[in-house]
Design a binder for this molecule. Sequence first.
Ligand code: PGA
Length: 249
Amino acid sequence: MRKNLVAANWKMHGSKAGINRLLTAIKAELPSAGCEVLLCPPAVYLEQVQKELQGTQIALGAQNAYPGDEGAFTGEVAFAMLPEFDCSHVIIGHSERREIFAESDEFIAQKFAAAQEHGLTPILCIGESQTERENAETEKVVLGQLQAVLDKVGIAAFADAVIAYEPIWAIGTGLTASPQQAQEVHAVIRDFLSGQDQNIAEGITILYGGSVKGANASELFQQPDIDGGLVGGASLKAEEFITICKSFN
Ligand code: PGA
């Protein structure tokens, strides 16, 4: 049985007081979520969230890290540092990192490997742009991004990984892929993995991301190959996020 997961990607948002309020609401409501719940705050708030989550079932993850254990990498956070904050997951290859910070497929593959070396589960984000979708290149782009990581780590590494399909045109735009559009790509991803290892393909959690909200989560999560969501904007609003997490119930 693969796991259902809702992961919050807070991106570069938050303050100590705001996070405190958000966590108070989430902790009060989420023991009854029908899925695993993961929060990914900005790195400077990991310790605060770690403390707040002690004794709860809610997991903690990072949004990014650098694949060197230590050294002269001013401004970076190492994967090696994350377990000290009880992080279980780390987001890798988000389209904002690919686009704004020019992260290549090869660099993302290195990060994937580094995350696993430190016992972290990578959440590998893949997704096409609006133009690529219009040019019918969705499958080629998404599978190409996946292949770049497979080339480095091999299919066995996907036994402990999560994939997030995030069409770039749906991120932060309010435009959501329809449940059918999303399911179609999720099935392509799972089929592709199945060609390499059927058990891994069946067991891997594939999240959808891109304007997931309380009003559309349940229809998306009902699709056979959608196992949850990676949620940006709506994860900053307690009520919305709680509704999303309860969409499996
Ligand atoms: P969004 O972001 O929910 O605000 O569209 C999703 C993401 O970027 O992970």
